[in-house]
Design a protein around this ligand. Structure first.
Ligand SMILES: [Zn+2]
Length: 212
């Protein structure tokens, strides 16, 4: 337990995409399930430094169903959920960052009041917007914007949720950038800063941790 893990500190679920037999995208000498885990761990480190508690959906190379990932967020009563993925496109010139949210009604949301659902959806979009802006700012990557989607992990998350497609493995230049430790650090710092800004906007106290 670190000094930042105080009771009442906001809690974010950081989800590393794919895992186990599901490798995700493979291109540019990179495997999505491995890079997403590397990046997710860095997002965790940045968040913890900012006084945010973090629960990873997976912290090793294992398979996890999409519903399971959402259940974890429900169990720990997360304040926000972020899923880390890497993109591909047959058109190899395409590059940049894009972030997904779900404006659609989730199955879990049907059991709550309409007003609660509407609020959560709007918050998901707000979360996606802030993460997208911060991640693009720090990396100078092309801003491909935020997109409404039917992705299960964001659609069925019980808290505001966003899925970041951190870059295109199919774009040679971006794949090379994503192998670099300094680029990974700025990217994940941007994602974490976005989450912190979102939590602050929700009135959640986020404090900078003192060194142990
Ligand atoms: Zn993916």
């Amino acid at each position: 337990m670190g000094p930042w893990e105080v009771v009442g500190a906001p809690l974010v679920v950081v989800d590393s995409g794919h895992g186990g037999h599901d490798g995700g995208a493979v291109a540019g000498g990179l495997v999505e399930k491995d890079l997403s885990l590397t990046l997710a761990r860095q997002v965790r480190a940045h968040l913890e430094k900012a006084g945010v508690r973090v629960r990873m959906t997976r912290d090793k190379d294992c398979f996890l169903g999409l519903e399971e990932r959402c259940q974890i967020a429900a169990e720990v009563k997360a304040d926000a959920f972020v899923s880390v993925h890497l993109n591909t496109n047959p058109a190899t010139e395409i590059h940049g960052i894009e972030t997904y949210f779900a404006a659609s009604q989730s199955l879990m949301a049907r059991s709550v009041k309409v007003i609660g659902r509407a609020k959560r959806v709007a918050l998901g979009e707000q979360l996606a917007k802030i993460i997208q802006r911060k991640a693009c700012q720090v990396t100078k990557a092309q801003d491909r914007g935020i997109k409404d989607s039917q992705l299960i992990v964001v659609m069925r998350s019980p808290c505001p949720a966003a899925l970041v497609e951190c870059g295109f493995l199919t774009n040679a230049e971006e794949a090379e950038l994503m192998k670099r430790a300094d680029y990974q650090q700025s990217l994940t710092k941007g994602i974490a800063e976005g989450l912190v800004e979102f939590l602050r906007s929700q009135g959640r106290a986020v404090q900078v941790a003192k060194a142990p």
